[in-house]
Design a protein around this ligand. Structure first.
Ligand code: UD1
Length: 337
């Protein structure tokens, strides 16, 4: 039996493929390559010595998805595929709703047809939106503030309805906080297309000389140093969390949402300081206005994942920076190099 990984060549999906292969799972990847590179397949092989089966297809292509289920005995699905840029989702809401919602609906319909009802879904801490209190716990009311976040919240609701209609489904909704870092080998990491929108890849591109300076979006937040505070989590910890969630859905225990975060918040200046220490490189910064839609503080209460999934993050901020830097240094042009 195999595990199907949608979006398996993306940043989090690919690191999770490594964990799955190393745990002895057979892995089938479906990926449209809209935001990932074929080269990732070679890197997964280089790191694990194992191959994944690869279907180059979009989830919107129902016959291609059906073919994957015909050709492989799938026992469970890790569903990463989707669009994820906040700004783009504001400019192109229809594309975001179509891709993320219809892609998921198509996947679930085909799963149902083949009697596969075990699913781990890539949700996001973005579903919480602006809340009055931190740490964020899973039972807070969702209030996403942009189309991207709303697609994640809507998919969570759709999957809850699906479970209510047929309790043979087993579904884990994983709410990621801020994934950073890379595989220890330096062979796999985050490879954003165009200008990085997230903090860590922007910092590493400044360090390698691709960008002049880092803009710090606001120093007037009610935090210890005035900059935004986030729960950064090492991508290999996230990958390990997926393995635990997969075991949970394979055991067959219903539907639930889990925060995947460390429970610790760091400011933008904390991250810059840790990165400078890890790399020995000074990052030029310029404080600018706040970015629209940013919240002051966001970090997880990870208690539930620890209790139910038996998972806890183990990598600290220094390691996240060291690994992100090793990847960038060895791959100045990402997977294109
Ligand atoms: C962002 C998305 C979130 C998504 C997540 C995926 C927004 C508003 N939110 O989260 O929906 O799930 O990425 O990883 O885009 N910062 C700078 N300068 C930069 C970049 C970021 O100062 O060039 C600051 C931000 O203001 C924030 C922190 O760094 O305080 C982290 O930002 P980022 O990495 O973009 O993550 P989020 O905004 O938390």
């Amino acid at each position: 039996m195999a595990i199907l990984v949608t979006g398996g060549l993306g940043y989090i999906g690919s690191h999770t493929c490594v964990e799955l292969l190393e745990a002895g799972h057979e892995v089938v990847v479906i990926d449209s390559l809209v935001n990932s590179k074929r080269e990732v397949l070679n890197r997964i092989h280089a790191v694990t010595g194992k191959q994944v089966a690869f279907a180059f297809a979009d989830l919107l292509d129902r016959s291609a998805v059906t073919r994957v289920f015909q050709e492989h005995a799938i026992e469970g699905v890790l569903h990463f595929a989707g669009l994820k840029a906040v700004g783009e989702s504001v400019r192109e809401p229809l594309r975001y709703y179509h891709t993320n919602l219809t892609g998921t609906l198509t996947l679930c319909e085909v799963m149902q047809e083949f009697n596969v009802r075990r699913l781990v879904f890539s949700s996001s801490a973005t579903v919480y939106g602006a809340q009055e209190r931190v740490p964020l716990v899973e039972d807070l009311e969702k209030q996403p503030v942009n189309p991207y976040g709303r697609t994640k919240a809507m998919i969570e609701d759709i999957l809850a309805d699906l479970y209510r209609s047929d309790e043979r489904w087993n579904i884990a909704l994983l709410r990621y906080f801020n994934p950073v870092g890379a595989h220890k080998s330096g062979k796999m990491g985050e490879d954003p297309s165009g200008t990085p929108q997230n903090l860590m890849p922007y910092i590493t591109q400044v360090a390698i000389g691709k960008r002049k300076e880092l803009s710090v979006y606001g120093q007037d937040y009610p935090t210890q140093d005035g900059t935004g505070v986030r729960d950064y989590i090492h991508v290999m910890d996230l990958a390990a969390g997926h393995l635990q969630a997969l075991e949970w859905v394979l055991r067959g225990v219903g539907i639930d949402a889990f925060n995947l975060g460390t429970g610790v918040g760091y400011s933008v200046f904390d991250v810059i300081g840790a990165f400078e220490k890890a790399s020995g490189i000074k990052i030029p910064v310029r404080v600018t206005a706040r970015r629209a839609g940013d919240v002051a503080v966001s970090y997880a209460d990870p208690t539930k994942a620890e209790g139910v999934l038996n998972w806890r993050a183990t990598h600290g901020l220094d390691e996240m920076c060291e690994d992100a830097w090793r990847w960038q240094l060895h791959n100045p042009h990402g997977y294109d190099g």
